[in-house]
Design a binder for this molecule. Structure first.
Ligand code: G6P
Length: 614
């Protein structure tokens, strides 16, 4: 996490850096800072709080500079405060650094440097790194570049860094390992950033800096790319597909609401070129080379975190139900540390919106070493996970900025649904006519999502108003709707800070039923065809204990209507596609509750969108 952005060129750096930090705020927002090269000095302004606090802090202060770098932080080492905020200086203030990631061996290095007289002001690992660079430079009387390479060979962990030096106002250095860094190449100007969003309005030409690579940018002399072992590399310049309007709220009050409303489009975009509704066929180009591996897999392991893990759970139902392949869904963080049994006939699917989640990335590296085939389902083009995979399919949800994931989830589920149908058909587990029928129905999903948003919005808003002061919520679902219950509960927790639990509806009687009383709102996702009677029983169990049921039902479901206090009706679909529909009212519910409580919907406390620490 943490967002970094830097500029060198002919224009004023400060406004470019500040605007860039605002774009990157989804990555962390507990403190922010900027360093500007000014008349032979490096000026640092930093403060606890958001980028807007930094903006107020620097108002009226001198910011004239054409070389600068900024940072928005999500604390790992040291509490969020002014001192721990980046940038950090070296001891003699000759060098300044911004950093995203964790230097794991910082404590040992800090101890050694302290013995050699270094004095540290912050609790951060980053300050240790910049002191190490300074120490090497002083000892060896060498260039900053040489000292930087040497220091990077001494540290373990992850970093994306930008470094500047007081004595050299014409050079900017960047490096990465494990955390993302993109170089933007403009006309006589260069940008460095954690992702392309701060860059897109200035240039479309970018280079994604590779693992253990360093970029040295000269104001008038272009840039060089090399490894930390000092081997020069030929840069691969790519053209960005990102459009500026994708990064703006477009009239919505929050990005989250905009992203909920974008789902008919984002689902369609994720199907475009893959699902052909004219001749009823499916094609997943990115998987072609490895599709035989999936079709013949002994089992599928899915690794992911957060909302993406919930999409993985939906995929478990899809692949087992339709394609008859055993599936295990793992939290990436647990998977990698428990010596998992993996063999060459396993297919590992990593699901990640950002493509940067450190645990997911580490999990696939481990599985790759053990010979598994690695498939990625990611949203951010050029991110780290897709680069580590053998094959994959991008979700085309477009940039997701709200920290609570919405459109990325439905895009992941739709891509996984297409994969499962395709593999099921190729394995001969579904008939030709079932295959075609599924494709025809899948093609109707974007319109049904739109219908749900339009028809339930006002009703959900009212329900949110009634329950916004509840202290606990229970979310229940069975089968395909169990992961939806988990996702609904997660959404509520993330943005409203109300405690919510997702549970398999039948499992409720083994514990959570004890919590039910007249104050407990219970959201039941009850659109199932199979086990329908069972879910009615579960609703009755809640009602009998005076729980207040908010049920998501299929249109014209009169039985649950007669039992529940509130029913939200959604259109019918194939049971295996129901998560794509039933999750929509839950997204709206959490959104309106958080708005009703006056919470910061797009940037909830303590969270970050891209979690690049383990
Ligand atoms: C963070 C975000 C979640 C996200 C999870 C996994 O916790 O706040 O919204 O689901 O990371 O992120 P990924 O980018 O791998 O999907």
């Amino acid at each position: 996490m943490c967002g970094i952005v830097a500029y060198i060129g002919k224009n004023q750096a400060c406004p470019i850096v500040i605007k860039g930090l605002q774009r990157l705020e989804y990555r962390g927002y507990d403190s922010a800072g900027i360093a500007l090269m000014q008349e032979g000095d490096i000026t640092v302004y930093k403060t606890k709080g958001k980028v807007s606090d930094l903006q107020s802090f620097i108002e009226g202060k001198p910011t004239d500079s054409t070389l600068g770098m900024g940072h928005t932080r999500w604390a790992t080492h040291g509490v969020p405060n002014d001192v721990n905020a980046h940038p950090h200086y070296s001891g003699n203030k000759n060098i300044a650094i911004i950093h995203n990631g964790i230097i794991e061996n910082y404590a040992v290095i800090k101890e050694e440097l302290t013995k050699r007289g270094h004095v540290f002001h912050s609790d951060t690992d980053t300050e240790v790194l910049v002191h190490l660079i300074e120490e090497i430079q002083n000892n060896e009387k060498c260039s900053l570049e040489k000292a930087l390479l040497e220091a990077l060979n001494k540290v373990t962990g992850a970093y994306a860094i930008v470094v500047m030096e007081r004595n050299d106002p014409n050079t900017l250095y960047g490096a990465r390992k494990g955390s993302p860094l993109v170089l933007g190449i403009g006309t006589d100007e260069y940008f460095l950033a954690s992702d392309a969003t701060p860059i897109v309005e200035y240039t479309k030409n970018v280079v994604y800096i590779g693992e253990e690579e360093v970029v040295v940018i000269k104001r008038d002399g272009g840039f060089t790319l090399k490894t930390i072992q000092n081997v020069e590399k030929t840069p691969y310049i790519q053209e960005l597909e990102l459009k500026l309007e994708m990064l703006e709220k477009g009239g919505y009050e929050h990005f989250m609401l905009k992203e909920i409303h974008e789902q008919p489009r984002s689902i369609k975009d994720s199907m475009r070129g893959r699902l052909n509704a004219v001749d009823n066929t499916l094609k997943l180009g990115g998987l072609k080379e490895y599709e035989h591996k999936i079709i013949n897999a002994n089992r599928i392991l899915i690794v992911a975190c957060g909302t993406s893990w919930h999409a993985g759970l939906v995929a478990e139902y899809l692949f087992e139900d339709l394609a008859r392949i055993p599936v295990e869904v793992e939290y990436a963080s647990e998977f990698r540390y428990r010596n998992p049994v993996i063999n060459e006939n396993d297919v590992v699917i990593a699901i990640s919106q950002s493509g940067e989640t450190a645990d997911s990335l580490a999990a696939i590296k481990l599985a790759k070493e053990k010979g598994a085939t690695i498939i990625g389902i990611c949203n951010v083009v050029g991110s780290s996970i897709p680069r580590e995979t053998h094959a994959g399919s991008y979700t085309h949800a477009g940039p997701e900025i709200g920290v609570a994931s919405t459109k990325a989830f439905t895009a992941q589920v739709v891509v996984l649904t297409m994969m499962a149908i395709y593999v099921a058909y190729k394995r001969g587990k579904i008939t030709e006519s079932k295959y075609r029928q599924l494709i025809i129905e899948l093609d109707t999903i974007p319109d049904k999502v739109k219908h749900i948003i339009d028809s339930t919005n006002e009703q959900v808003k009212k329900i949110a108003e009634i329950y916004k002061n509840a202290h606990n919520f229970l979310y229940l679902g069975r089968g395909y709707n169990f992961p939806v219950a988990l996702e609904g509960a997660l959404k509520l927790k993330e943005i409203s800070y109300i405690h919510a639990e997702g549970y398999p509806a039948a499992e409720m009687k083994h514990g959570p039923i004890a919590l039910i009383d007249e104050n407990m709102p219970v959201v039941v996702v009850a659109t199932n065809h199979s086990a329908y009677e069972k879910i009615i029983s579960n609703v009755q169990e809640v009602v009998a204990r005076k729980g207040r049921v908010i049920a998501i039902v299929t249109k014209a479901d009169d039985i649950i209507k007669s039992l529940a206090e509130h029913v939200i009706e959604i259109p019918d679909t194939e049971e295996s596609f129901s998560p794509l529909l039933s999750v929509i009212p839950l997204q709206l519910l959490s959104y309106y509750i958080a708005v009703g409580l006056g919470k910061n919907v797009d940037q909830p406390r303590n969270l970050a969108k891209s979690v690049t620490v383990e």
